[in-house]
Design a protein around this ligand. Structure first.
Ligand code: PMP
Length: 357
């Protein structure tokens, strides 16, 4: 069993009970005498899994009936190109809010299919905040934003209200807090943070928005095909969807998104309070834009950073090294990370301060 405090940014910590059920299912699923890895995606047992997973998404995020839920592949990175391929190509331009590394990647892919107008950017301050003013072009195909910037550690707590369709990459904070799905026309997220293991990509899309697609597209890049075939046009990532179902059941048992959001707030506050108090560390993101999922911080004396990384090993803490282009530390506090893990990290920071100050 996992005995570490896993602060990794993704793939990341999953609840022990989910891992146990997944392990059992790998050996003998549903007493079928077969592994979950061996069953047909067309079997009634798996069809039950996919429909239950969809119901859980609907229930946990209060997804209205006029939205479709699609289980796709290729990660959020595939959505970066699939979105403009479906909605931007032939329409001239789309708008993008530039809030960091992944927003930049989305912009680069959009440019293959049309214009990508950057409505605002926080590049001027190393993406340490979320820009709040932007003028959206009324003729644009959509406005794209990133709800949580996994690398820079900023999160959007207010979403734009605009007359054009709103699209959001929610890869790293979906299911961590209450959202109003009706504010968006399309939401996408890779599975490997708060959903389950890597492999499946969730898309929640307004049916009316899908009606705008009027081009011939490769089947695997066409949202309409996934909708028509109930995400079973080809072989879906069976295991990833199965574990996502287990994980969403776990989330429901915890009390759902409202309850987990409170716990996530508590965990983030505990860690940011220590970062602000401790004389050795400082937070990298600006106050009200600080992410609850990915806490980025650094040391005033950068030469101490590698000693701190070695130091935390004795606490069983792993995964806090910052992204390679950003440096410093990043502690990811996804749903399944317990408050005890945060307490342990805070303790390590205090102990380190006692030694060095
Ligand atoms: N967007 C965000 C916000 C992410 O955090 C990530 C990956 N961590 C991606 C996109 C890319 O996702 P994937 O690796 O699933 O393609």
């Amino acid at each position: 069993m996992n005995t570490k405090h896993n602060f990794g940014a993704g793939p990341c910590v999953l609840p022990a009970s989910v891992l146990q059920q997944a392990a059992n299912a790998v050996l003998n699923w549903n007493n079928l005498g077969l592994s979950i890895l061996e069953v047909s995606h067309r079997s009634s047992d798996f069809e039950n899994v996919i429909s239950k997973t969809e119901l859980l998404v609907r229930e946990l995020l209060q997804v209205p009936d006029h939205y479709s839920i699609l289980f796709m592949q290729g990660g959020a990175s595939t959505q970066f190109s699939m979105l403009p391929m479906n909605f931007l190509k032939g329409r001239g331009k789309a708008c993008y809010l530039d809030t960091g590394f992944f927003a930049q990647k989305a912009i680069r892919e959009a440019l293959l299919f049309g214009e990508a107008n950057i409505v605002n950017s926080s590049a001027d301050k190393a993406y340490s905040y979320i820009p709040e003013d932007y003028l959206v072009d009324k003729d644009a195909a959509y406005l794209h934003c990133t709800s949580n910037n996994t690398i820079e550690g900023t999160e959007m707590f207010q979403f734009p209200h605009t007359s054009i369709p709103l699209v959001c990459d929610m890869s790293s904070d979906i299911f961590s807090r209450v959202i109003n799905v009706e504010d968006f026309d399309l939401i996408y997220a890779g599975a490997q943070k708060n959903m389950g293991p890597a492999g499946m990509t969730l898309v929640i899309v307004k049916d009316k928005f899908l009606e705008r697609i009027d081009q011939v597209l490769p089947a695997m890049s066409d949202y309409r095909i996934f909708k028509e075939h109930g995400s079973l046009y080809n072989t879906p990532p069976v295991f990833s969807i199965y574990v996502a179902m287990l994980n969403m059941t776990w989330l429901k048992d915890q009390g759902g998104v409202t309850v987990i959001e409170q716990r996530n707030i508590e965990k983030a506050e505990m860690l940011y309070t220590e970062i602000d108090r401790n004389s050795l560390f400082y937070g990298m993101a600006q106050g009200k834009h600080r992410s609850r999922m990915n806490v980025t911080f650094s040391m005033y004396n950068q030469q101490q950073e590698s000693s701190f990384l070695d130091f935390v090993e004795q606490y069983g803490i792993v995964g806090i090294r910052g992204y390679r282009t950003v440096g410093g530390f990043r502690a990811s506090l996804y749903n399944a990370l317990s408050i005890e893990s945060v307490i342990e990290l805070v303790k390590a920071m205090r102990d380190f301060e006692h030694i060095y100050v």
